[in-house]
Design a binder for this molecule. Structure first.
Ligand SMILES: [Cu+2]
Length: 366
């Protein structure tokens, strides 16, 4: 962007916005103080893919809606790509016969509508609730008979409904003009179904209704503890932050398994082109264990039915944009987006690999 355009943009923002002159410290309101996290600034929220990144002042509410789409395509063992033909001739079927896998997923799409609300009973504690409506589909190739590489056909399975409800407390640990640190203490309730079924094409050319594999289910089935910690820093046009969070499963679910524990570390930086527009760059690393136990209703010659083919190590990078409307009817409404691309994936067993993910959303404080 050239300097003239930039200056014009800044001038128009300053002239139309009372944002930089007011006294009120509430998020989404006006502020002339130095503590960026309270002011009407786009970068006072982390990239939108980060949950529980900010706190509110006592008495404040926030409502948010996020839409996320995640794509997976192609398979990998560890860090190496692997073809469907290799999978059905070399990967053993733990539920034999047949001796090897006969069905290979090639693509998966997850669409999530995420509804969130926040409320701060005091300046030191913000409460948060979130529920997702999830729609997953997975495309597969079925290979004919007990062995060989003859393709019989394709089929797609789908599962949709509400996922697990997440309740959080954000507890302030430290704050000054530049730095903010809080604890994330969350609990995930097993409200999402783990018994979804759909019709599959078998290697014997029949269509049967089966319980879908773990990856397609909508919930974990377990009560999960989600402890974490979040840091944010601000300095003029630059913002930065980091968050560690984890998912710790509390025992097996009703179908006698649990997903693996997860640990995620994200770090990001942002640059504000103006108080109302900021861009961010994020790097995220995560580790996830394989599934412990198994659901005896899930037994098919497909990799997703094997609890060992879950989890791994992943690194991704994300590019994001935050905006906040400075004036008019939509004053204080935030609109943000983020695109995530995988950098490194080292997956347990044989699994679909992640492709891009996009998320965009809206929020407003009151
Ligand atoms: Cu909020």
């Amino acid at each position: 962007m050239n300097k003239l355009l930039m200056a014009g943009l800044c001038a128009s923002i300053l002239s139309t916005s009372p944002a930089l002159a007011g006294e009120n410290h509430k998020d989404g309101e006006t502020c002339n103080c130095d503590t960026a996290h309270h002011a009407l600034r786009a970068d006072s929220h982390a990239p939108i893919g980060i949950m529980g990144d900010h706190m509110h002042d006592a008495g404040e509410f926030m409502f948010s809606y996020r839409f996320m789409r995640m794509d997976m395509e192609g398979n990998r063992q560890g860090t190496n790509s692997v073809s469907p033909e290799t999978i059905v001739t070399t990967v053993t079927n733990p539920f034999a016969p047949p001796p090897t896998l006969r069905v290979v997923p090639t693509q998966m799409t997850t669409n999530m509508h995420m509804f969130g609300s926040m409320y701060a009973p005091t300046d030191n504690v913000t409460l948060m609730g979130m529920v997702n409506y999830i729609d997953r589909d997975m495309t597969h190739i079925t290979f004919q008979g007990m062995a060989g590489t003859t393709r019989l056909g394709n089929f797609k399975t789908e599962a949709k409904g509400f996922g697990d409800v997440k309740l959080s407390s954000l507890i302030k640990l430290y704050e000054d003009k530049k730095h903010h640190l809080h604890l994330n203490a969350s609990l995930s309730l097993p409200t999402g179904s783990i018994k979804k079924t759909d019709t599959v094409l078998t290697p014997m050319n029949t269509r049967v209704n089966l319980r879908l594999p773990y990856a397609m289910q909508l919930g974990s089935g377990t009560y999960d503890l989600l402890p974490g910690i979040t840091y944010n820093g601000y300095s003029n046009k630059i913002g930065w932050g980091a968050q560690y969070n984890s998912v710790l499963r509390l025992g097996h679910n009703s179908q006698d398994y649990n997903f693996g524990d997860k640990h995620t570390l994200s770090a990001w930086g942002s640059y504000s082109f103006s108080p109302i527009v900021s861009a961010s760059l994020r790097v995220t690393g995560e580790t996830e264990s394989k599934i412990d136990g198994r659901d005896t209703q899930i037994a098919a010659p497909v990799q997703t039915a094997n609890p060992n083919n879950y989890g791994g190590k992943r690194v991704s990078t994300s590019l994001g944009l935050n905006t906040v409307v400075p004036s008019g009817a939509l004053k204080g409404h935030r609109f943000s987006a983020e695109v995530t691309l995988p950098i490194y994936q080292n997956l347990n067993g044989t699994q679909l690999e992640r492709d891009k993910a996009i998320i965009f959303g809206w929020s407003k404080s009151f």
